[in-house]
Design a protein around this ligand. Structure first.
Ligand SMILES: [Zn+2]
Length: 84
Protein backbone atom coordinates (compact mmCIF):
# COMPACT_ATOMS: atom_id res chain seq x y z
CA UNK A 1 0.00 0.00 0.00
CA UNK A 2 1.41 3.36 -1.01
CA UNK A 3 0.64 6.82 0.14
CA UNK A 4 -2.84 8.04 -0.48
CA UNK A 5 -2.97 11.46 -2.06
CA UNK A 6 -4.96 14.04 -0.23
CA UNK A 7 -5.90 11.88 2.72
CA UNK A 8 -3.50 13.27 5.28
CA UNK A 9 -5.68 13.14 8.32
CA UNK A 10 -6.42 16.41 10.02
CA UNK A 11 -4.77 18.42 7.28
CA UNK A 12 -7.81 20.04 5.77
CA UNK A 13 -7.32 23.67 4.83
CA UNK A 14 -10.92 24.36 5.74
CA UNK A 15 -10.84 22.68 9.14
CA UNK A 16 -7.56 24.28 10.04
CA UNK A 17 -8.42 27.75 8.87
CA UNK A 18 -8.52 30.46 11.52
CA UNK A 19 -11.58 31.99 9.88
CA UNK A 20 -13.36 28.68 9.44
CA UNK A 21 -16.63 29.88 10.95
CA UNK A 22 -16.72 32.99 8.81
CA UNK A 23 -15.96 30.96 5.69
CA UNK A 24 -18.68 28.44 6.43
CA UNK A 25 -21.17 31.15 7.28
CA UNK A 26 -20.51 32.87 3.96
CA UNK A 27 -20.93 29.64 2.05
CA UNK A 28 -24.14 28.87 3.91
CA UNK A 29 -25.39 32.30 2.93
CA UNK A 30 -24.88 31.39 -0.70
CA UNK A 31 -21.43 32.80 -1.44
CA UNK A 32 -19.50 31.05 -4.19
CA UNK A 33 -16.80 28.62 -3.21
CA UNK A 34 -14.34 30.19 -5.63
CA UNK A 35 -14.95 33.70 -4.44
CA UNK A 36 -14.80 32.75 -0.79
CA UNK A 37 -11.68 30.67 -1.32
CA UNK A 38 -9.94 33.60 -2.96
CA UNK A 39 -11.01 35.95 -0.21
CA UNK A 40 -9.50 33.75 2.48
CA UNK A 41 -6.52 32.61 0.43
CA UNK A 42 -7.42 28.97 0.43
CA UNK A 43 -7.43 26.48 -2.43
CA UNK A 44 -10.97 26.30 -3.75
CA UNK A 45 -10.70 22.59 -4.42
CA UNK A 46 -9.78 22.07 -0.80
CA UNK A 47 -12.57 24.38 0.30
CA UNK A 48 -15.15 22.57 -1.78
CA UNK A 49 -14.03 19.23 -0.40
CA UNK A 50 -14.18 20.63 3.10
CA UNK A 51 -17.64 22.10 2.53
CA UNK A 52 -18.98 18.84 1.12
CA UNK A 53 -17.26 16.35 3.40
CA UNK A 54 -16.70 18.15 6.66
CA UNK A 55 -19.65 20.49 7.06
CA UNK A 56 -22.78 18.53 7.79
CA UNK A 57 -26.21 19.53 6.53
CA UNK A 58 -27.10 20.19 10.13
CA UNK A 59 -24.20 22.58 10.56
CA UNK A 60 -25.14 24.40 7.37
CA UNK A 61 -28.71 24.73 8.57
CA UNK A 62 -27.48 26.20 11.82
CA UNK A 63 -25.55 28.89 9.96
CA UNK A 64 -28.57 29.71 7.82
CA UNK A 65 -30.87 29.91 10.84
CA UNK A 66 -28.36 32.19 12.52
CA UNK A 67 -28.42 34.47 9.50
CA UNK A 68 -32.17 34.51 9.15
CA UNK A 69 -32.78 35.33 12.78
CA UNK A 70 -30.60 38.17 13.94
CA UNK A 71 -30.66 38.76 17.66
CA UNK A 72 -33.21 41.47 18.13
CA UNK A 73 -34.38 40.23 21.47
CA UNK A 74 -34.03 43.66 23.03
CA UNK A 75 -37.17 44.81 21.29
CA UNK A 76 -39.53 43.66 23.99
CA UNK A 77 -37.32 44.15 26.99
CA UNK A 78 -38.11 47.40 28.63
CA UNK A 79 -35.42 49.46 30.26
CA UNK A 80 -37.78 50.59 32.98
CA UNK A 81 -36.05 48.50 35.57
CA UNK A 82 -32.77 50.28 35.16
CA UNK A 83 -33.24 52.65 38.03
CA UNK A 84 -30.08 54.08 39.49
ZN1 LIG B 1 -12.34 20.22 6.56
Amino acid sequence: MGRQKGSRTGRCQGCNHLERVRIERLLAAGASIKGTARKFTIDHHALRRHWINHVSAEARATYIVGLARPRISSKKSSRMNLSP
